[in-house]
Design a protein around this ligand. Structure first.
Ligand code: ATP
Ligand code: MG
Length: 285
């Protein structure tokens, strides 16, 4: 029986969420000292704990079979690793920022400037696409202080809330890419390893789907049932149970988080009362 070697970040912004996702998929690891490798006790997968920068390389070389890493890291060196699924966490963007005082007119402002970044590959491709030339200073951390100490005119770095930029007197002027954690795999896996990964992916999707949906229960006058059914069809159609009170029913369904507040508003207009919304743990369609 083969075992899939899954690379995850040893310690950093991806680590906890990666382990949490596996645990929500019912894949259990021994707690305790975090070692270099850990074997799941109920699924044919073994974890390799690595620096996030090393994960795409290990996966494309086949040292690991699959991995969880930010899209930014894959894009930087354009590793040939198929993305199996976007995982929805560690969301950030990669942006150009300049000192607040600069009157930035558009990308042509960047021509001939010095730009500090940890992502020279992505930046270079962007500049080439825009027919611009700039002096790229590659630095590995604390990029946001570069303009303040006179090392650069602009920076290209990861932004999530933007507060780091503001506290360093910078403003975001161009967003070049959006990133989130993804599940990647080696392009030449055995059929057996692919099957194991597909089983894992099935569970990941059930967890993701559950997170983006809510179970909804409400009471409504019977004459509103057809319209409410159109509004919250759920997985097939809502469950309708008569209430003891004449002319009223209880409806149970599933609603997507993105439509949630709009749907609630319409339900109230249709006379719905006593609306309960409950998280779903797993959802298999
Ligand atoms: P390592 O020691 O493993 O190399 P690191 O310091 O390079 O870690 P982290 O800061 O832990 O990396 O970030 C890991 C990934 O999380 C990044 O590559 C990016 O995809 C994402 N990320 C980084 N900063 C943020 C942020 N502020 N908000 C959300 N996601 C982020
Ligand atoms: Mg790193």
């Amino acid at each position: 029986m083969e075992i899939v070697k899954l690379a995850i970040q040893k310690s950093g912004r991806l680590s906890e969420k990666s382990l949490q996702l596996l645990s929500e998929c019912g894949i259990g690891f021994e707690n305790g000292e975090r070692r270099l490798v850990a074997r799941a006790h109920n699924f044919p997968v073994e974890l390799l704990f690595l620096r996030d920068d090393d994960i795409p390389q290990y996966v494309s070389d086949g040292v690991a079979d699959a991995g969880i890493v930010g899209e930014n890291i894959i894009a930087e060196k354009e590793y040939p690793v198929p993305v199996m699924e976007k995982l929805g966490f560690a969301r950030c963007r990669l942006s150009l920022a300049v000192p607040k005082s600069v009157s930035y007119s558009g990308t042509e402002w960047l021509q001939g400037k010095r730009i500090a970044t940890s992502y020279p590959g992505i930046l270079k491709r962007f500049l080439t696409e825009k027919n611009l030339e700039a002096d790229i200073h590659e630095i590995s951390g604390s990029v946001e202080i570069a303009p303040g100490i006179g090392l650069a005119d602009a920076i290209f770095d990861i932004v999530s809330s933007g507060s780091t930029l503001i506290s360093n007197g910078l403003k975001e002027v161009e967003t070049i890419m959006h990133s989130q954690a993804v599940l990647i795999k080696n392009a030449h896996l055995s059929q057996e390893k692919n099957q194991i990964l597909d089983r894992m992916l099935f569970r990941i999707r059930a967890v993701q789907k559950a997170k983006s949906n809510k179970y909804i229960l409400l009471n409504a006058p019977n004459e509103s049932i057809p319209e409410i059914t159109r509004l919250i069809p759920g997985m097939k159609s809502p469950t309708v149970i008569p209430l003891a009170m004449e002319g009223w029913s209880s409806l149970h369904s599933v609603v997507n988080e993105n439509d949630f507040w709009e749907v609630i508003g319409k339900l109230k207009e249709l006379g719905a009362q006593g609306i309960l919304v409950i998280p779903i743990e797993k959802m298999i369609v």
